[in-house]
Design a protein around this ligand. Structure first.
Ligand code: HEM
Length: 297
């Protein structure tokens, strides 16, 4: 029986940080992976931190023999319709910290960066916070079609008996919003773009094929578990897309559909939002992490 990293499913946390690392040139990939696998959250029952760690799939494949088959990094830009591009900004490892307040996140992130000093450097850092309880910065409720926590492990985790069991594939993608363009749309048009009502997230009966929920329809592409969060400042903000799946192809197919690669229909949401980053990480089970941290144990 494999155990997932529990932070994947730790809902209700008000403060988040995402740190993406590059292996320093000349350094050993295994040493970086081991150092990350050895990180532990502060031992406290109150004000704790959920730590989730992931690795570039090819890096995990080099250092461990228990990774999933056929999983690859976000190694090439995804070129969509009408010049729309989702850039590939793959890094070697990711730490996602979440907790009740930013002070504990800050302290732990600071310590983790110090622990990894000399092995890996921070290439991307984003912190995020909830907006009006459960909305993203478009003002819509985000996560309505997520599985419940009872069902989420089936959706997000590689099943027992398969390579990488208990692990998950994470797509981490930072999307900046064109707040002026979005804000200039009346609510009725915003609802058409998303495919749901703004106030209470009811799915529209007659949603357009280019609406966001039509482009990412889970009945078609398979189910994923999203932990998206708002990020940024008043002048420069957006959505940190944090999507977990047992299979990479579900996530990749959704991106292709959003970009209009398959049928020429581009997600209307991409007219007002733009991906700044894009990376896939393998998030190993806790047993895999312990094995790589102390191979003899
Ligand atoms: C700017 C970036 C994004 C924003 C603001 C956004 C926002 C939303 C909102 C408001 C909904 C409707 C409520 C819900 O079911 O959660 C939704 C649904 C969904 N989104 Fe996104 N999203 C973004 C990017 C993405 C990306 C990159 C993917 C996939 C790789 C994705 C996958 C989904 C899925 C699977 C659903 C549910 C579809 C269904 O009804 O089956 N989203 N999103």
């Amino acid at each position: 029986m494999s155990t997932s990293q529990s932070g994947i499913f730790a809902l209700g946390t008000a403060s988040h940080a995402y740190l993406e690392f590059d292996l320093l040139s000349g350094q050993d990939g295994l040493a970086l992976v081991r150092a990350i696998a050895a990180l532990r959250e502060p031992r406290t029952t109150m004000g704790g931190v959920n730590l989730v760690v992931g690795f570039r799939p090819e890096l995990w494949g080099q250092v461990a023999d228990d990774g999933p088959a056929d999983v690859a990094g976000f190694n090439e830009d995804l070129i969509g319709r009408d010049g729309f591009v989702m850039p590939a900004t793959q890094h070697d490892a990711v730490l996602w910290l979440s907790g009740s307040a930013y002070d504990v996140i800050f302290d732990m992130a600071y310590e983790a960066i110090a622990e990894l000093d000399g092995l890996g450097s921070v290439a991307e850092e984003t912190s995020s916070w909830p907006y009006r309880h459960d909305r993203d910065l478009t003002g819509f409720i985000d996560g309505s079609e997520n599985p419940s926590l009872i069902d989420a492990p089936d959706v997000a985790l590689i099943p027992e008996g398969s390579p990488g069991a208990g692990g998950s594939i994470l797509l981490l993608q930072k999307w900046v919003h064109d707040a002026v363009a979005w804000g200039s749309l009346p609510d009725s048009r915003q609802q058409e773009v998303i495919g749901r009502t703004k106030l209470d997230s009811v799915e529209l009966e007659d949603k357009a094929p280019e609406s966001h929920v039509a482009r990412t329809d889970q009945e078609r592409f398979g189910k994923i578990f999203r932990r998206n969060m708002p990020y940024g400042t008043v002048m420069d903000h957006g959505t940190m897309f944090v999507g977990f799946s047992a299979e990479q192809r579900r996530l990749a197919a959704m991106l292709q559909s959003m970009a209009g690669v398959t049928d020429g229909v581009r997600d209307a949401l991409t007219r007002c939002t733009r991906a700044l980053t894009g990376a896939y990480y393998f998030v190993p089970s806790t047993e895999s992490l312990r094995r790589i941290d102390s191979p003899a144990g």
